[in-house]
Write a protein that binds this ligand. Structure first.
Ligand SMILES: Nc1ncnc2c1ncn2[C@@H]1O[C@H](COP(=O)(O)OP(=O)(O)OP(=O)(O)O)[C@@H](O)[C@H]1O
Length: 287
């Protein structure tokens, strides 16, 4: 099976600004991929390249084995929900579904109607009058009912309250189970991603800092606390980030084998270590 996404040295420049630099990743099909990074890291740029809404400056990208947006068939395989879940405010919920049915050859009307009912959306309500959470549900429903192979979601839960967020993420897991679809999801909410993602891409400053299956990455990362000595780490171990609190030093270390005194680290701790290490200090020096 083709990977969901394969990039090689993918680079996007907007005039003088380098938004994505030398990005090489392979994302297996059928995963829920968390795309994480601070503001301006290049997440939306990467998702725009995946959907074919923007073109690379250099390097290459394949989505489901083909060039992004290369023809109607490829377009119908990728569902996209942009930041803030844009909908047509003057159209009703039902009109969104009718439009979806006309525009998408594989439209699954049963699925769309079922999701709308389950989320309590009124088919006759204008989308402009929906709450942020309801709009996100409508946009996700339309993207999923295309019955593509990949759903691309750019910060879909950013505007949602905790309950709506949980409902949205539960919904997403249902979709993935029901439709065997892959998902790429960008978010700043590491706790949410920890619940749903099985693959992770961490971006900072337009560069990939970390990428891989979450289970493999977690198995290779360790937290060492107390008064650890970075010079006495096992051969092959790499110090990702060390943090000094009032009483102790805490290190996040990458090492395929065991690390003396090492304890497991969660997705949030691991990701934060990479993001902190990649963020320049106020003087511009690396941390
Ligand atoms: N159309 C554009 N024209 C010029 N610069 C752009 C454009 N789109 C993005 N950029 C720049 O590219 C960089 C990456 O932006 P991008 O929107 O991909 O980041 P992001 O990680 O999605 O950020 P956020 O979390 O704030 O949404 C930023 O420096 C941004 O200012």
């Amino acid at each position: 099976m083709n990977p969901a996404i394969r990039t090689a040295a993918l680079t996007k420049r907007y005039r003088r600004r380098l938004a994505l630099h030398d990005c090489t990743v392979t994302v297996p099909a059928g995963r829920i991929v968390g795309l994480v990074g601070p503001n301006g890291a290049g997440k939306s740029t990467l998702l725009g390249l995946v959907c074919g809404m923007i073109t690379p400056t250099s390097g290459s990208i394949e989505v489901l084995g083909h060039r992004p947006a290369a023809g109607a068939a490829q377009l119908s395989r990728v569902g996209f929900v942009a930041q803030d879940a844009p909908v047509y405010s003057r159209l009703t919920v039902a009109e969104h579904l009718r439009l979806g049915a006309r525009l998408n050859p594989n439209w699954d009307d049963d699925l769309a109607q079922r999701r709308i009912r389950r989320r309590g959306l009124d088919p006759d309500q204008k989308a402009g009058a929906l709450s942020g959470g309801q709009r996100a549900q409508l946009a996700l429903t339309v993207a999923a009912a295309k019955r593509g192979d990949l759903l691309v979601l750019d910060e879909p839960v950013a505007a949602l309250d905790p309950l709506a967020r949980r409902a949205f993420l539960d919904d997403l897991l249902d979709f993935v189970d029901e439709l065997a679809v892959g998902v790429v999801l960008s978010s700043h909410l590491l706790g949410d991603l920890e619940q749903v993602c099985d693959h992770l891409i961490v971006l900072a400053g337009g560069r990939v800092q970390l990428a891989g299956d979450v289970a493999d990455l977690l198995a290779e990362h360790h937290r060492v606390t107390g008064a650890p000595d970075p010079d006495r780490l096992p051969a092959g171990a790499r110090l990702i980030h060390a943090e000094q609190t009032r009483h102790e030093t805490s290190m996040i270390v990458r090492c395929a084998g065991p690390v003396p005194g090492g304890t497991p680290v969660g997705l949030e701790g691991m990701t934060l270590a990479y993001l902190t290490a990649a963020t320049p200090t106020p003087t511009g020096a690396p941390r």
